[in-house]
Design a protein around this ligand. Structure first.
Ligand SMILES: O=P(O)(O)OC[C@H]1O[C@@H](O)[C@H](O)[C@@H](O)[C@@H]1O
Length: 279
Protein backbone atom coordinates (compact mmCIF):
# COMPACT_ATOMS: atom_id res chain seq x y z
CA UNK A 1 0.00 0.00 0.00
CA UNK A 2 1.07 3.59 -0.52
CA UNK A 3 2.45 5.66 2.38
CA UNK A 4 -0.44 6.93 4.48
CA UNK A 5 -0.62 10.50 5.81
CA UNK A 6 -0.78 11.18 9.57
CA UNK A 7 -4.59 11.26 9.69
CA UNK A 8 -5.12 7.71 8.35
CA UNK A 9 -4.63 4.33 10.01
CA UNK A 10 -5.54 0.85 8.83
CA UNK A 11 -8.20 -0.93 10.88
CA UNK A 12 -9.64 -4.40 10.48
CA UNK A 13 -13.38 -4.11 10.13
CA UNK A 14 -13.47 -7.73 9.07
CA UNK A 15 -11.22 -10.63 8.19
CA UNK A 16 -12.07 -10.06 4.57
CA UNK A 17 -10.33 -6.81 3.86
CA UNK A 18 -8.90 -3.75 5.57
CA UNK A 19 -10.63 -0.48 6.24
CA UNK A 20 -9.10 2.96 6.65
CA UNK A 21 -9.93 5.19 9.57
CA UNK A 22 -9.50 8.93 9.05
CA UNK A 23 -9.18 11.19 12.06
CA UNK A 24 -8.23 14.74 11.07
CA UNK A 25 -8.93 18.21 12.42
CA UNK A 26 -12.43 18.22 10.92
CA UNK A 27 -13.94 14.74 11.07
CA UNK A 28 -13.81 11.01 11.69
CA UNK A 29 -14.58 8.61 8.84
CA UNK A 30 -14.12 4.93 8.03
CA UNK A 31 -13.80 3.51 4.52
CA UNK A 32 -13.70 -0.19 3.72
CA UNK A 33 -11.53 -1.23 0.81
CA UNK A 34 -14.31 -3.75 0.05
CA UNK A 35 -16.30 -1.77 -2.53
CA UNK A 36 -14.58 1.53 -1.52
CA UNK A 37 -17.50 1.60 0.84
CA UNK A 38 -17.71 4.58 3.21
CA UNK A 39 -19.00 3.13 6.50
CA UNK A 40 -19.03 6.18 8.71
CA UNK A 41 -18.64 9.96 8.59
CA UNK A 42 -18.97 12.28 11.59
CA UNK A 43 -17.77 15.89 11.35
CA UNK A 44 -16.21 17.11 14.59
CA UNK A 45 -18.06 20.44 14.75
CA UNK A 46 -21.19 18.56 15.87
CA UNK A 47 -19.97 14.97 16.32
CA UNK A 48 -23.11 13.64 14.64
CA UNK A 49 -22.79 10.43 12.61
CA UNK A 50 -24.29 11.08 9.18
CA UNK A 51 -24.39 7.51 7.88
CA UNK A 52 -26.41 4.47 8.92
CA UNK A 53 -24.73 1.06 9.15
CA UNK A 54 -26.90 -1.99 9.79
CA UNK A 55 -26.33 -3.73 13.12
CA UNK A 56 -26.42 -7.02 11.20
CA UNK A 57 -24.05 -5.89 8.46
CA UNK A 58 -22.06 -8.72 6.86
CA UNK A 59 -18.38 -8.16 6.22
CA UNK A 60 -17.80 -11.67 4.85
CA UNK A 61 -17.80 -10.77 1.16
CA UNK A 62 -21.00 -12.68 0.46
CA UNK A 63 -22.76 -9.47 -0.51
CA UNK A 64 -22.49 -5.71 -0.53
CA UNK A 65 -22.24 -3.96 2.84
CA UNK A 66 -25.68 -2.94 4.22
CA UNK A 67 -25.43 0.74 5.04
CA UNK A 68 -22.85 3.46 4.47
CA UNK A 69 -22.35 4.44 0.83
CA UNK A 70 -22.44 1.55 -1.67
CA UNK A 71 -21.00 2.47 -5.08
CA UNK A 72 -23.42 1.22 -7.75
CA UNK A 73 -21.84 0.93 -11.21
CA UNK A 74 -22.14 0.36 -14.23
CA UNK A 75 -25.87 -0.10 -13.83
CA UNK A 76 -28.49 0.82 -11.26
CA UNK A 77 -31.06 -1.63 -9.85
CA UNK A 78 -31.78 -5.07 -11.24
CA UNK A 79 -30.81 -6.08 -14.77
CA UNK A 80 -31.78 -9.75 -14.89
CA UNK A 81 -31.40 -12.79 -12.69
CA UNK A 82 -27.90 -13.52 -13.92
CA UNK A 83 -26.47 -10.13 -13.00
CA UNK A 84 -26.27 -8.76 -9.48
CA UNK A 85 -28.30 -5.68 -8.64
CA UNK A 86 -26.50 -2.32 -8.75
CA UNK A 87 -23.50 -3.65 -10.70
CA UNK A 88 -20.33 -5.42 -9.69
CA UNK A 89 -17.91 -2.88 -8.20
CA UNK A 90 -19.53 -2.81 -4.75
CA UNK A 91 -18.48 -6.45 -4.25
CA UNK A 92 -14.84 -6.06 -5.25
CA UNK A 93 -11.67 -5.13 -3.43
CA UNK A 94 -10.59 -1.59 -4.31
CA UNK A 95 -7.08 -0.24 -4.31
CA UNK A 96 -5.98 2.97 -2.64
CA UNK A 97 -4.19 5.03 -5.30
CA UNK A 98 -3.42 8.13 -3.24
CA UNK A 99 -4.09 9.66 0.17
CA UNK A 100 -3.04 13.12 1.30
CA UNK A 101 -3.74 15.54 4.12
CA UNK A 102 -4.68 18.92 2.63
CA UNK A 103 -5.44 22.17 4.48
CA UNK A 104 -9.22 21.66 4.64
CA UNK A 105 -9.61 17.90 4.19
CA UNK A 106 -8.00 14.50 3.77
CA UNK A 107 -8.31 13.24 0.20
CA UNK A 108 -8.29 9.60 -0.87
CA UNK A 109 -8.53 8.22 -4.38
CA UNK A 110 -9.49 4.60 -5.03
CA UNK A 111 -10.04 2.34 -8.03
CA UNK A 112 -11.71 -1.07 -8.29
CA UNK A 113 -9.82 -4.26 -9.11
CA UNK A 114 -11.52 -4.30 -12.51
CA UNK A 115 -14.14 -2.31 -14.38
CA UNK A 116 -14.80 -5.19 -16.77
CA UNK A 117 -17.68 -7.57 -16.17
CA UNK A 118 -20.61 -9.39 -17.71
CA UNK A 119 -23.33 -6.92 -18.64
CA UNK A 120 -21.05 -4.02 -19.61
CA UNK A 121 -18.98 -3.76 -22.79
CA UNK A 122 -17.36 -0.37 -22.21
CA UNK A 123 -13.66 0.12 -21.51
CA UNK A 124 -13.66 2.43 -18.53
CA UNK A 125 -11.39 3.84 -15.84
CA UNK A 126 -13.28 4.36 -12.59
CA UNK A 127 -12.08 6.54 -9.70
CA UNK A 128 -13.72 7.29 -6.38
CA UNK A 129 -12.33 10.44 -4.78
CA UNK A 130 -13.33 11.13 -1.18
CA UNK A 131 -12.63 14.35 0.70
CA UNK A 132 -13.11 14.15 4.44
CA UNK A 133 -13.43 17.61 5.96
CA UNK A 134 -16.09 19.77 7.50
CA UNK A 135 -18.20 18.35 4.69
CA UNK A 136 -17.66 15.09 2.83
CA UNK A 137 -17.26 15.08 -0.96
CA UNK A 138 -17.73 11.75 -2.71
CA UNK A 139 -16.94 11.89 -6.40
CA UNK A 140 -17.23 8.96 -8.83
CA UNK A 141 -15.63 9.60 -12.20
CA UNK A 142 -15.98 7.34 -15.20
CA UNK A 143 -13.52 7.86 -18.04
CA UNK A 144 -13.94 6.18 -21.38
CA UNK A 145 -10.48 4.81 -22.17
CA UNK A 146 -11.68 2.65 -25.06
CA UNK A 147 -12.41 3.43 -28.69
CA UNK A 148 -16.19 2.96 -28.59
CA UNK A 149 -18.83 5.15 -26.98
CA UNK A 150 -20.59 3.55 -24.00
CA UNK A 151 -23.63 4.27 -21.83
CA UNK A 152 -23.75 3.59 -18.11
CA UNK A 153 -25.84 4.12 -14.98
CA UNK A 154 -24.60 4.52 -11.41
CA UNK A 155 -25.45 5.70 -7.92
CA UNK A 156 -23.89 6.84 -4.70
CA UNK A 157 -26.41 4.84 -2.69
CA UNK A 158 -26.05 6.65 0.63
CA UNK A 159 -27.79 5.36 3.76
CA UNK A 160 -28.31 8.35 6.07
CA UNK A 161 -28.77 7.88 9.80
CA UNK A 162 -32.03 9.21 11.26
CA UNK A 163 -33.21 9.08 14.88
CA UNK A 164 -36.73 8.08 13.94
CA UNK A 165 -38.08 7.68 10.40
CA UNK A 166 -41.58 8.50 11.70
CA UNK A 167 -40.32 11.99 12.58
CA UNK A 168 -38.20 12.64 9.52
CA UNK A 169 -38.98 14.97 6.62
CA UNK A 170 -37.21 15.14 3.28
CA UNK A 171 -37.09 18.65 1.85
CA UNK A 172 -36.12 20.00 -1.53
CA UNK A 173 -37.60 17.47 -3.96
CA UNK A 174 -40.35 18.37 -6.43
CA UNK A 175 -41.86 17.16 -9.68
CA UNK A 176 -42.61 13.64 -10.83
CA UNK A 177 -41.29 10.42 -9.33
CA UNK A 178 -41.54 6.88 -10.61
CA UNK A 179 -42.70 4.37 -7.99
CA UNK A 180 -41.05 0.92 -8.06
CA UNK A 181 -43.52 -0.90 -5.75
CA UNK A 182 -46.41 0.35 -7.93
CA UNK A 183 -44.92 -0.93 -11.20
CA UNK A 184 -43.16 2.36 -11.92
CA UNK A 185 -46.35 4.42 -11.98
CA UNK A 186 -45.64 8.17 -11.88
CA UNK A 187 -46.79 10.49 -9.12
CA UNK A 188 -46.26 14.06 -7.97
CA UNK A 189 -43.74 14.42 -5.13
CA UNK A 190 -45.62 14.81 -1.84
CA UNK A 191 -45.33 17.91 0.30
CA UNK A 192 -44.56 17.55 3.14
CA UNK A 193 -42.44 14.49 2.25
CA UNK A 194 -42.90 12.11 5.19
CA UNK A 195 -42.43 8.34 5.63
CA UNK A 196 -45.15 5.90 6.69
CA UNK A 197 -44.58 2.80 4.52
CA UNK A 198 -42.19 1.18 2.02
CA UNK A 199 -40.68 3.91 -0.16
CA UNK A 200 -38.76 3.09 -3.35
CA UNK A 201 -38.85 6.03 -5.76
CA UNK A 202 -36.84 7.41 -8.63
CA UNK A 203 -37.27 11.18 -8.66
CA UNK A 204 -36.68 12.40 -12.18
CA UNK A 205 -36.18 16.08 -11.36
CA UNK A 206 -32.46 16.21 -10.52
CA UNK A 207 -32.43 19.05 -8.00
CA UNK A 208 -29.02 19.90 -6.53
CA UNK A 209 -29.89 20.30 -2.87
CA UNK A 210 -32.11 18.29 -0.54
CA UNK A 211 -32.12 17.94 3.22
CA UNK A 212 -33.20 15.32 5.71
CA UNK A 213 -34.81 17.21 8.55
CA UNK A 214 -35.39 15.88 12.05
CA UNK A 215 -36.54 17.78 15.11
CA UNK A 216 -33.38 19.83 15.70
CA UNK A 217 -30.92 18.75 13.06
CA UNK A 218 -30.68 18.41 9.33
CA UNK A 219 -28.37 16.58 6.97
CA UNK A 220 -27.80 18.41 3.70
CA UNK A 221 -27.12 16.44 0.51
CA UNK A 222 -25.91 18.17 -2.64
CA UNK A 223 -25.75 16.29 -5.91
CA UNK A 224 -24.09 17.00 -9.26
CA UNK A 225 -23.80 15.07 -12.53
CA UNK A 226 -26.95 13.08 -11.74
CA UNK A 227 -30.24 12.70 -13.61
CA UNK A 228 -32.27 11.37 -10.66
CA UNK A 229 -32.45 11.12 -6.92
CA UNK A 230 -33.55 7.78 -5.52
CA UNK A 231 -35.34 7.67 -2.17
CA UNK A 232 -35.52 4.27 -0.48
CA UNK A 233 -36.68 2.83 2.81
CA UNK A 234 -37.55 -0.90 2.84
CA UNK A 235 -39.92 -0.53 5.82
CA UNK A 236 -40.79 -3.30 8.23
CA UNK A 237 -41.73 -6.34 6.17
CA UNK A 238 -38.80 -6.17 3.73
CA UNK A 239 -36.34 -5.26 6.52
CA UNK A 240 -37.46 -8.37 8.42
CA UNK A 241 -36.81 -10.54 5.35
CA UNK A 242 -33.25 -9.23 4.88
CA UNK A 243 -30.49 -11.30 6.48
CA UNK A 244 -28.28 -8.27 7.04
CA UNK A 245 -30.85 -5.86 8.52
CA UNK A 246 -32.31 -5.93 12.01
CA UNK A 247 -36.11 -5.85 12.09
CA UNK A 248 -36.28 -2.26 13.34
CA UNK A 249 -33.32 -1.04 11.31
CA UNK A 250 -35.59 0.70 8.80
CA UNK A 251 -36.57 3.19 11.53
CA UNK A 252 -32.99 4.46 11.71
CA UNK A 253 -32.19 5.02 8.02
CA UNK A 254 -33.18 6.81 4.87
CA UNK A 255 -31.43 6.29 1.55
CA UNK A 256 -31.10 9.38 -0.63
CA UNK A 257 -29.10 8.36 -3.67
CA UNK A 258 -27.36 10.61 -6.17
CA UNK A 259 -28.00 8.58 -9.30
CA UNK A 260 -27.83 8.20 -13.04
CA UNK A 261 -30.80 5.97 -13.96
CA UNK A 262 -31.54 7.18 -17.48
CA UNK A 263 -28.11 6.40 -18.97
CA UNK A 264 -25.19 8.75 -19.56
CA UNK A 265 -23.29 8.34 -22.80
CA UNK A 266 -19.53 8.80 -22.56
CA UNK A 267 -17.46 9.26 -25.71
CA UNK A 268 -13.84 8.04 -26.00
CA UNK A 269 -11.48 10.05 -23.76
CA UNK A 270 -14.40 11.81 -22.06
CA UNK A 271 -15.10 11.64 -18.32
CA UNK A 272 -18.42 11.84 -16.54
CA UNK A 273 -18.47 12.61 -12.81
CA UNK A 274 -21.17 11.97 -10.24
CA UNK A 275 -20.69 13.97 -7.03
CA UNK A 276 -22.43 13.91 -3.67
CA UNK A 277 -21.56 16.43 -0.94
CA UNK A 278 -22.77 15.68 2.58
CA UNK A 279 -22.90 18.23 5.38
O1 LIG B 1 -30.41 -4.79 -1.42
P1 LIG B 1 -29.68 -3.91 -2.43
O2 LIG B 1 -29.28 -4.67 -3.67
O3 LIG B 1 -28.53 -3.19 -1.81
O4 LIG B 1 -30.72 -2.82 -2.90
C1 LIG B 1 -31.37 -2.03 -2.00
C2 LIG B 1 -32.36 -1.10 -2.67
O5 LIG B 1 -31.65 -0.15 -3.42
C3 LIG B 1 -32.46 0.90 -3.93
O6 LIG B 1 -31.65 1.81 -4.61
C4 LIG B 1 -33.48 0.33 -4.87
O7 LIG B 1 -34.30 1.39 -5.35
C5 LIG B 1 -34.30 -0.72 -4.14
O8 LIG B 1 -35.25 -1.29 -5.03
C6 LIG B 1 -33.39 -1.79 -3.56
O9 LIG B 1 -34.14 -2.73 -2.85
Amino acid sequence: MITLPASIRVVNKSELIDALHIDNQYAHATISLWGAHILSYAPKHDGRERLFLSEKVLFDGSKSIRGGIPVCWPWFGSRDDELQAHGYVRTQPWQLLSATDETDYTELMLSPETTQGAGFDGIAELRLTIRIGKTMHVSLSTKNVGEETFTYNAALHSYFAVDDIYHTELKGLSGIYSDKPLNWAEFETPSPYLFTSETDRVHLNPVEKVSINQSNVSTVIQSYGHDSLVVWNPWSEIATSMIDMDNDGYQKMLCVETAVTQGVTVNPQQTHTLLQVIS
